[in-house]
Design a protein around this ligand. Structure first.
Ligand code: HEC
Length: 99
């Protein structure tokens, strides 16, 4: 799922250098540094909110697509399945943190 939905901007390695990144005004976040930037603790809630409701840097500019509604409409899956997908994504991002 990360490859399909996220790597175009964040890059396959999560470092923010996907093929679409240069077309964006704001550079995609380096997803491998989230824990390091948060004092060593992976900010799972923040990641969850970013994915579901969009990022809120710079007074609500939303350069990143909001995925909650997209994940809810691409399939007829139940909300529980959508939540499971998002948890899986968060787990994957957590696994790419540099220590
Ligand atoms: C169209 C390009 C694009 C795609 C596709 C994209 N992102 Fe992003 N993402 C961004 C940009 C740009 C930012 C930085 C925006 C900001 O800071 O407001 C960002 C920021 C984030 C952040 C916030 C990091 C932080 O510091 O809190 C997370 C988490 C994130 N993306 C996860 C994802 C995930 C997971 C996916 C796939 C479901 C995804 N992104 C797909 C462009 C994208």
């Amino acid at each position: 799922m990360f490859h399909a939905y996220c790597a175009s901007c964040h890059g396959l390695d999560g470092k923010g250098s996907g093929p679409a990144a240069s077309a964006l005004k704001k550079q995609p976040a380096d997803l491998t540094l989230l824990a390091q930037q948060s004092g060593g603790k992976f900010p799972a809630m923040r990641v969850m909110n970013s994915i579901k409701d969009g990022t809120q840097a710079g007074h609500g500019s939303k350069d990143m697509p909001v995925w909650g509604p997209i994940f809810s409409t691409v399939s007829s899956d139940s909300p529980a399945v959508v939540t499971q997908r998002i948890s899986n994504l968060i787990g994957f991002i957590e696994s790419m943190q540099v220590k």
